[in-house]
Design a binder for this molecule. Structure first.
Ligand code: ZN
Length: 238
């Protein structure tokens, strides 16, 4: 996310903000050392030989089918970090993605910043999200990425005790922005890309600029052919 957008998530209370334990959770999505100190992976385990495409915020009635189509044409695989309440609205779409060989991870039941939820609220959010995915695809998710990549200490405990493994990202296209282009998204996401990188994209515009997924879909076309040219496979986290 943008630095300014990220700063706006920082707790307003100085006492909370300056507490190193809390601050690390906020910085994890943008400061690799903070993520490492919480054992939050940003990349795949080494030796996977490919890159992971990840799509947050869906399923979306237009964005998700369009992304699935581009992936199918390219023979690429991806991980979808879905929102439970959106899964309940269109479970068949999530089942279709899973049946096509993609992985379904949990983003949250609601798209809410974890540190703004109570301890109980965040536990419920994780549990309801897991249940929504189980109902849709018949299996519980393994991977979890919180909204904005920001865990609260209670949220991280809740995810881990539900058996979920956190996965942040190491590359992004900043595809949620209103003023961007497919070429800029693809260029930013693939600049200096290495095997093991995890790319953050969005197949929905529920929580970002309207129609932003349309740029993402066009960017995905560019990215899949560029990855092919560089002989980089798309892989799922293991
Ligand atoms: Zn999100």
């Amino acid at each position: 996310m943008d630095a300014a957008r990220h700063r706006s998530f920082l707790p307003h209370s100085r006492r909370v903000r300056d507490h190193p334990g809390v601050l690390r959770h906020f910085l994890a999505p943008v400061v690799p050392k903070a993520a490492a100190s919480l054992s939050l992976p940003r990349t795949l385990v080494t030796g996977t030989g490919g890159v992971a495409l990840t799509f947050d915020d869906g399923p979306h009635p237009e964005g998700t089918p369009a992304v699935l189509e581009v992936l199918a044409r390219a023979g690429a695989r991806a991980t979808f970090f879905v929102i439970g309440e959106q899964v309940e609205r269109r479970p068949a779409l999530v089942a279709e993605a899973a049946a096509a060989g993609h992985l379904i991870g949990l983003h949250g039941y609601h798209h809410r910043l974890q540190p703004r939820l109570s301890r109980r609220g965040v536990r419920e959010d994780v549990a309801r999200g897991v249940a929504a995915i189980e109902d849709a695809v018949g299996a519980a998710p393994v991977w979890h990425r919180p909204p904005y990549g920001i865990y609260s200490p209670a949220g991280l405990r809740a995810a881990r005790s539900a058996g979920l493994r956190p996965l942040l990202w190491s590359r992004w296209g900043k595809d949620w922005r209103k003023f961007t282009t497919p070429r800029r998204i693809a260029g930013r996401a693939l600049a200096a890309i290495l095997p093991g990188d995890v790319i953050l994209l969005h197949d929905a515009d529920f929580y970002s600029a309207r129609d932003s997924y349309k740029h993402t879909i066009a960017a995905l076309e560019l990215m899949t052919s560029e990855l092919k040219a560089r002989k980089l496979d798309t892989v799922l986290p293991v």
